[in-house]
Design a protein around this ligand. Structure first.
Ligand code: FMN
Ligand code: SF4
Length: 418
């Protein structure tokens, strides 16, 4: 049956910004910035190529408000004069394609890793991510206030650079999430203890932004956790006060996510089951603010179904667009069979390459041909394309027949031969 994707093709208004359709490129960090966190040509190539392929809003991934807030050797940073020029180029390269440029800002907090960031790891309280093993240093009140100001400056610089939407990262166990979670925040001062105190840093940041620019708030979205899968963590019920506060500020949207580093396994299993769309659906019943559902959305058919069931107002995709940035334009042309799938979406455990960039010092490259390196994509001769498609069929056969031990070999061979 031909799918017209009528719901996905509708425009939507986010805080006065018209997004041309309901498809969002979810935030992804690519570890492709310079060492001082500035934008590179590769970043511009990557995100503008996604933007050129019928995506309504492209969200540049976790961009740190300070050096200490970064999580990788080559993560993006925001807030200093040196960042303005590159960010301006990046935003306009996305906007010029008729898409809307959005940027997510964050501070890694206690989930940081000195080995990659070369900075100390800080958090609301002493806390160790089991897989990382570094104990976070406890932030002083002065340091917390400095971070609030850095968030405020980051947001203002993002809008000054031409990003039309800023997404505040309040999920995935990063610093702002940590303050809100009783699991990670064990402070006994005004920033810990009661729920009101744990929300203080987030409220202060939004209030400070509002003071600087009354209009900015309505173009800020928030990525929030619907379930941390851990005792004393956050879920939608625990987040009720946060949601009431953000609703009162009339923010642009919520993007619904789940999990922290400590609970990554549970997170992927739940995501695979489609639970993330259920979380979006539940949040939709709690608020009038537009919702982005995301997590394991592998095709526009699935996205259209989620909108038809009124589970969310928009849909976000990350890995499906890494594997094939032209997924939406191919689907709109009725060429779904030409879409190159993400292997992890075909079967859990088959590929983690892009997910562990930071931990493994990998370059940002999908098993499928990369879209950021213009030379490489332009070089892909007919022969290479054919060998790629053969390889992909082989991979799919192996996945279908559960011959998982072969997959890594084929992948390696594949990457070496692109
Ligand atoms: C390479 C990569 C980088 C990511 N970077 C971010 C990020 O910077 N911020 C964020 O909130 N989520 C990030 N994510 C998570 C995605 O936004 C998304 O929530 C997750 O991949 C599930 O959606 P999917 O099934 O469409 O990929 C990243 C995911 C990948 C694969
Ligand atoms: S690198 Fe692997 S997990 Fe990432 S998008 Fe490509 S196929 Fe999917």
């Amino acid at each position: 049956m031909i799918n017209n994707y009528n719901l996905l093709k509708q425009s939507i208004n986010l805080g006065g910004v018209t997004i041309k359709n309901r498809i969002v490129s979810s935030p992804i960090s690519t570890n492709m910035a310079t060492e001082d966190g500035s934008v590179t040509e590769n970043l511009i190539n990557y995100f503008s190529n996604i933007a050129a392929n019928d995506i309504g809003m492209v969200t540049v991934g976790a961009t740190s408000v300070s050096e200490e807030g970064g999580d990788a050797s080559n993560g993006m940073h925001i807030g200093k004069n040196i960042h303005l020029n590159g960010l301006t180029k990046l935003a306009s390269s996305i906007n010029e394609q008729g898409s809307t440029a959005a940027i997510q800002i964050f501070h890694v907090g206690a989930q940081g890793n000195t080995f990659y960031s070369k900075k100390r790891v800080v958090g609301p309280s002493k806390y160790i991510v089991p897989d990382i093993g570094i104990e976070a240093e406890v932030l002083s009140i002065d340091e917390i206030i400095k971070i609030e100001n850095e968030f405020c400056e980051g947001v203002i610089q993002a809008f000054d650079s031409g990003f039309k939407i800023v997404e505040m990262h309040l999920g995935h166990g990063y610093l702002l999430h940590e303050f809100m979670s009783a699991h990670m925040n064990r402070r006994e001062d005004e920033y810990g203890g009661s729920k009101e105190n744990r929300l203080k840093i987030v409220k202060n940041i939004f209030n400070k932004i509002e003071k600087k620019s009354k209009h900015a708030i309505k173009n800020i979205g928030a990525r929030i956790s619907a379930d941390d899968f851990i005792e004393k963590g956050l879920d939608l019920i625990e987040n009720k006060e946060l949601i009431n506060f953000l609703d009162s500020k009339k923010i642009a949207y919520y993007s619904v996510t789940a999990g922290i580093y400590e609970t990554a396994k549970q997170k992927y299993l739940k995501m695979k089951e489609g639970s993330y769309w259920e979380y979006a659906n539940n949040l939709k019943k709690m608020t009038q603010t537009p919702i982005i559902a995301q997590g394991n959305i592998t095709s526009l058919e699935l996205g259209e179904m989620i909108l038809r069931k009124n589970m969310s107002d928009m849909i976000g995709m990350a890995q499906a667009l890494i594997a094939d940035p032209a997924l939406a334009s191919k689907s709109f042309k009725g060429e779904e069979e030409k879409i190159i799938p993400c292997l992890a979406h075909l079967k859990v455990g088959t590929c983690h390459r892009c997910r562990y960039l930071k931990q493994k010092d990998l370059s940002f490259e999908c098993i499928t041909p990369s879209s950021w390196d213009k030379n490489k994509s332009h070089n892909s001769s007919k022969n290479k394309k054919e060998s790629f498609l053969k390889m992909l069929e082989k991979l799919k056969d192996n996945i279908a027949n559960e011959k998982l031990e072969n997959i890594e070999k084929i992948q390696k061979n594949f990457i070496d031969n692109i």
